[in-house]
Design a protein around this ligand. Structure first.
Ligand SMILES: C[S@@+](CC[C@H](N)C(=O)[O-])C[C@H]1O[C@@H](n2cnc3c(N)ncnc32)[C@H](O)[C@@H]1O
Length: 236
């Protein structure tokens, strides 16, 4: 099944693009300590952290994985909000992103956050030391800010599907039963995200949403970004 509305493929959907981005960002960080781009702005980071505080209080000690963690901004925001860094992990398929996030973690004295190189569509991420050996059905929370969007811009297959069609099942595979998946997207509306993620294949059901700033144009209104959370209801 393909996702509801498929954007055209673009360079933003290639690993080469992200490797180039992080090569530049690593250089900037070395030159003047600039941590790099905050995708969708500080406001979206704050709202995702507020969502976490409401639905996954720090006292729960949840194991949280960010898919496509880039420079690690979201995870460092969770550290600032008192989430235990030993329970926070980020994966990214660009080695430069992982290096940048690790460099930033040292500068921020947040070295206990784990960053690993991993292609989310093809490999099960390494788990944290206290999580045991099983790499599937093991995370309490998954977060994504902009990664599903990037993957949806990847090259289409012979059936005209972007690689994003693989994503919902990959996410469901990693989550524990009752685990939560929060996604923030600039390319897909809430309804499109629901259509792609709430399927018999994933066992996801709608859980909650984040209200973002809205704009009005020509009589209709909308948000620049959408954030929706899903709960995994059945084990696959
Ligand atoms: C728009 S950036 C967002 C980065 C980060 N989430 C943030 O908000 O700052 C998309 C990220 O997804 C990563 N990415 C794209 N495809 C991936 C894949 N298949 N597996 C892991 N990471 C991927 C890119 O390297 C990039 O860091």
């Amino acid at each position: 099944m393909s996702t509801s509305i498929e954007p055209e493929s673009s360079r933003l959907g290639t690993k080469q693009h992200w490797d180039d981005v992080y090569e530049r960002e690593l250089q900037n960080f070395d030159d003047d300590g600039d941590e790099g781009e905050v995708w969708f702005g500080e406001d979206s980071v704050e709202k995702m952290i507020q969502w976490a505080e409401e639905h996954v209080p720090t006292a729960q000690g949840a194991n949280i994985l960010e898919i496509g963690s880039g420079n690690g901004t979201l995870l460092f925001g969770l550290v600032d909000a008192q989430y235990d860094p030993k329970h926070l992990a980020g994966i990214d398929y660009s080695a430069g992103a992982v290096k940048l996030a690790r460099n930033v973690s040292q500068a921020r004295d947040a070295q206990d956050v784990t960053f690993n190189e991993c292609d989310f569509l093809n490999d099960d991420p390494a788990v944290l030391p206290h999580m045991g050996d099983t790499r599937t059905a093991c995370w309490d929370v998954l977060m994504d800010k902009g990664t599903y969007d990037a993957i949806a811009l990847g090259e289409k297959d012979a059936e005209g599907r972007s690689p994003a069609w693989l994503y919902p099942r990959r996410a469901a595979r990693l989550l524990k039963e009752d685990g939560l998946f929060l996604i923030t997207s600039c390319n897909f509306t809430e309804d499109e995200l629901k259509t792609s993620f709430v399927t018999a294949d994933t066992g996801f059901e709608y859980h909650s949403r984040i209200q973002h700033r809205t704009f009005s144009f020509g009589g209709s209104s909308g948000s620049v970004v959408s954030s929706v959370a899903f709960k995994k209801t059945v084990q696959h």
